[in-house]
Design a protein. Sequence first.
Length: 192
Amino acid sequence: MPTVVVATGNPGKLQEMKAYLGELDWTLKLKPAEIDVEETGETFLENARLKASQVAIALDQWAIADDSGLEVRALNGAPGLYSARYGSSDGDRIERLLRELGDATDRQAQFVCAIALAQPDGQIILETAGVCLGTILTTPRGSGGFGYDPVFYVPALAKTFAEMPPAQKEQHSHRGIAFAQIMPQLRSLSLT
Ligand code: IMP
């Protein structure tokens, strides 16, 4: 079974990757904590590429990375690449987002997720990005998920991400869309 390193230090992300990639005969393992990759890219895709490539080179193994965030139109795309660093907790981040958006009538937003797979020499051989469109509510709703989920409302499903059962969010989220796009290519790869 080929081993693929998930270029994250976050065990939650490893579990999510396992759920999306479970049908493949890959052994997924977490990146060692001592390998730290600076996210200096200017796009989600650049950051996913950086993480996958640098971890692959450091370990001489296959590596997969994702990078994601929320872009709000009335905030010129913020928090964007800084989604994780927008506050010190999920509560803080949501509070800041709602404060900065104030009573703006344009509440259009999108979640973006980029994924990159690097071979052991660091070369990126597959990449993709998924987008999920929504709007930002004025008050949080629902108790599932994480991050900005309680304020991210998907009109097509009439629910926030936090109100969706996990399987529904998995299917419709930016991450789910990105993985669905890349799965046919991942299935046909033979990792050596
Ligand atoms: P990263 O991809 O680990 O760099 O972090 C992205 C950040 O974007 C997270 O810390 C969350 O704040 C936010 N984010 C990404 N995906 C989601 C999601 O599905 N729901 C809610 N927040 C998300």
